[in-house]
Ligand binder design. Structure first.
Ligand SMILES: *Cc1c(COP(=O)(O)O)cnc(C)c1O
Length: 359
């Protein structure tokens, strides 16, 4: 797996230009930097003047602190009860979705003598976390009071369909604004709404911060904006060549049989590396600049491609499953669509066995 730091930075630049001059950027680096390796992602982005980094869990946040990250680290998923002391002690900024967590944070801050910095999440339609915007009148006064002993640094909501339904972003924005008016946070509270797709489809809602993820890592973010620079390439070597006579069975379940005389190449990559098993008999790869179909089921450790039209292929050749080879390119979104999933799952599914080589 090759990862291009310059492409990551180029995508950050496009996000920044999309969001405009008033919004700071908080790159999301949860799930090990979307599978790329959080240490290197943070190293590549730290020099770019980002405001902070976003993660999902306290453990992820502590890992960033351990890396010496000097900017704020935001934990954006709700805290599991019992992790408040850890979060406060580590100096993390945390999201709050309910009054019970606020009370626990207040107690943790008191015990440690440190301040707890929090971002209030407002639920405008995602439904999984946050104070319900529809009923703001019923909780706003209690929330304001409960926030008093804490450091209130942010207020945010999360979009559910910015990549596919820009009108839904307008609806979520209206709900969010109404809740924000009821809460009337002090001016130093950072307001953030937009993920990658939101930055391109509704830049007017950038407010004071944006939280991009997938676009930075080379995954498309809806139809708005230019496609991202590809960041990740996934390649393997040819470890075996085979001439198959007509009717030769291939792979687990013998789901493929050679039609005529065929030549097959075995590549040293499988679903144990994170190549989706769903690509068996469906996907393709690139070899010597040409498309070669994946034949048979993908095994845990190897995948076979039909190289009948690439007669010059050799043992040791590089087979590209994501990335460019000559004139042709396979994008991570293409792989995701074939596997009936999204680029996020492909990237975060790449396993520890795959060496991450930053170029
Ligand atoms: C993951 C995440 C994002 C980033 O979303 P992308 O679609 O990857 O840009 C933003 N905000 C929150 C709360 C998230 O969990």
């Amino acid at each position: 797996m090759e990862i291009r730091a310059d492409a990551l930075r180029a995508n950050l630049d496009r996000i920044r230009r999309g969001a405009g001059p008033d919004a700071v950027v908080i790159p999301m680096v949860k799930a090990d930097g979307y599978g790329l390796g959080v240490e290197e992602v943070v190293a590549a982005l730290s020099s770019e003047g980002v405001h902070g980094f976003g993660v999902a869990t306290v453990e992820e946040g502590k890992r960033l602190c351990g890396l010496g990250v000097a900017v704020p680290v935001l934990v954006l998923s709700p805290l599991p009860p019992g992790t408040e002391d850890d979060a406060v002690a580590a100096g993390l900024e945390v999201s709050v979705s309910n009054l019970e967590t606020l009370a626990r944070l207040t107690a943790a801050a008191r015990r440690s003598g440190r301040s707890a910095r929090c971002h209030v999440e407002i639920d405008t339609g995602m439904g999984r976390a946050g104070f319900d915007a529809q009923t703001v009148g019923s909780w706003a006064p209690a929330l304001r009071a409960a926030l008093d002993p804490l450091e209130w640094v942010g207020c945010f909501t999360h979009l559910h369909s910015a990549d596919s339904d820009p009108a839904s972003v307008d609806a979520q924005w209206s709900l969010f604004r109404a809740a924000l008016d009821a809460l009337s946070p002090p001016s130093e509270v950072r307001v953030h709404v937009l993920n990658s797709a939101g930055v391109f489809c509704r830049p007017a809602y950038a407010s004071s911060a944006v939280r991009p993820g997938i676009y930075l890592y080379g995954g498309a973010a809806g139809d708005g904006g230019r496609p991202p620079e590809p960041v990740v390439a996934l390649r393997a070597r040819v470890v075996h060549l085979r001439d198959a006579v007509p009717g030769t069975p291939l792979g687990y379940g013998s789901t493929y049989r050679s039609v005529g005389r065929e030549r097959w190449a075995t590549a040293s990559i499988g679903y144990g590396d994170g190549l989706p098993r769903a690509l068996g008999n469906r996907g393709s790869a690139l070899l010597r600049g040409r498309r070669v179909p994946i034949v048979g089921r993908i095994s845990m450790d190897v995948t076979v491609v039909d190289i009948s039209h690439v007669p010059d292929a050799q043992l040791g050749d590089v087979v590209t499953f994501v990335g460019r080879d000559g004139e042709d390119e396979i994008r991570v979104d293409e792989v995701a669509a074939l596997a009936d999933t999204i680029s996020y799952e492909i990237l975060t599914g790449l396993t520890a066995r795959v060496a991450r080589i930053w170029v």
